[in-house]
Design a protein around this ligand. Sequence first.
Ligand code: CU
Length: 312
Amino acid sequence: MKKVKGLFLVLAVVALTACNSNDDGVQAGIEIPGITITDDIDCCSAEEALQVYKFLQTVKIVPELSTEIDGKYNVFAYTTTGSFHNGYNEIFFVATKKATGNYIKNFDITNITPLMHMVKMDMYHSTPVGPDAASFNDGYLAVKRTWVSFVMNTSEAGSWTLSYDALVLGSKGGIEKKDVVVNALPDGQTWLKSFKVDDATYYLSLVNPLDFKTGTNTITAYVSKKSAKATVPYQVAEETFTIDIDPRMPDMGNHTSPNNTSLTKQADGSYSGTINLTMTGLWRIHLTVKDADGNIVAGGEELSTLYWDVTI
Ligand SMILES: [Cu+2]
């Protein structure tokens, strides 16, 4: 593959300094540790590698979930904060060649298995997880994403481990029961709720509520079904539901907002709707869940006791 070191450095300089110069000379002394400076047949052009690098500046590494494979490759895991919290957490993965630091486009992260040990009862349970990690942005295909939604935080009641399998250019690896800490949410925040239909337990994971802004927002969630065996990660439910939302401000006489739309199931298995948060403060999003025939299976009453709490 052709070397494009010069081009890459120019792009990097522009990206890192946001200078407006059209000077196409290579500037000396720019150090960008641990990233590719050449095209790589196993990944991408230097330009795409720069997009990967830039994306990784927006997230933080989770050291306990990173690993080395066969002495040849590294797998690095990232979250928004470098840590985990109650409810939905996106996890991003990249694989690199140890020798060059170059990214690798084709790798698999599978069987993500979070496991909580409940001390008092000496029992174990898992939690909702996303599908196998996959690319999600055409600009940087070498970054894979999935998610875990933790039903409990780490406390005296118990603690979490996480495992996954990795396959990088034919080499197998992964991590096995690494300790991870799951932080509690700030007081008054509730981003994960459960409901029961007959003997089945379902979890409603609200996606990234910190992204909500005043006004109209897309609201995204997942519905996961508890596994028959509690230690098996809970997959996205195959059933189709509709989730009606009724956002209120409990500190302001429970006033509501206009122009909200229900969350409906999307092709990718997520649920998506529209929420209108007319002002800053605490919003209690009351939920009513209907099955595919329109029968209410959870919530349904005025100010449903099934709700998420979000402060914007
Ligand atoms: Cu637990």
